[in-house]
Design a protein around this ligand. Structure first.
Ligand SMILES: [Zn+2]
Length: 205
């Protein structure tokens, strides 16, 4: 049996790329198809009916028609536009950081339902009152776990010495903790204090 010509999926728009004068290639993260690229025809025209449902960081129910190379978006209905994230510049940048990490850490068309759930929950959490930094650190740690890189937390990922009870740093790109000697050499690190915030244990995942 051949695959149906059209299909529908929930999706979060994690990236958009301009194509030609009015079109875009969108990168969608879906619950059961993983990351897919899709052609969005005419969405940069002012009167496009689809455009509003296909904004970056929007959670939508998307209909697609199979194509030879790329599938084409033929319909879209917003489930959650995450307006609170888009109306605040700082929150937008946090959410875009989350979307970019999802894009960088995944290959096309590999289903990872727990990762979709993590993405959705993180966008929801960023839109709510609460500690945004904590939400981001929670996301980074669980992202590494869900894509198969469990972070190294017992020893320094650079010099491999056991971590001392000091303020060490978490480095997402290195995949774990860095001791105070090694962390200055890494561009993106987050100091981790010894006290474990109580709230981290209450977030389910
Ligand atoms: Zn070290």
């Amino acid at each position: 049996m051949s695959k149906p010509r059209t299909y529908q999926t929930e999706a979060i728009i994690i990236k958009k790329t301009k194509l030609g004068e009015a079109d875009r290639i969108l990168t969608l993260y879906t619950p059961h198809l993983g990351k897919i690229q899709a052609f969005a025809k005419g969405v940069r025209r002012p009167r496009s009916k689809l455009a509003g449902h296909l904004e970056l960081l929007t959670y939508s129910l998307v209909s697609l028609a199979r194509g030879r190379n790329l599938d084409t978006i033929i319909g879209s209905q917003t489930i959650n536009s995450f307006l609170s994230l888009k109306s605040d510049l700082e929150l937008t940048s946090y959410a875009l950081y989350v979307a970019e990490l999802i894009d960088k850490f995944t290959a096309d068309e590999v289903e990872n339902y727990p990762l979709f759930q993590l993405l959705l929950e993180t966008l929801e959490r960023l839109g709510e009152a609460g500690d945004k930094e904590l939400a981001l650190r929670y996301f980074e740690l669980h992202l590494l776990d869900k894509v198969g890189y469990r972070p190294q937390l017992q020893q320094c990922v650079s010099c491999h010495l056991p971590l001392e009870p000091l303020t060490n740093s978490f480095c997402p790109s290195a995949g774990g903790m860095l001791c105070p000697n090694c962390s200055p050499n890494q561009p993106l690190t987050y100091p981790v204090s010894l006290k474990r915030p109580k709230s981290t244990t209450t977030i389910s995942g």
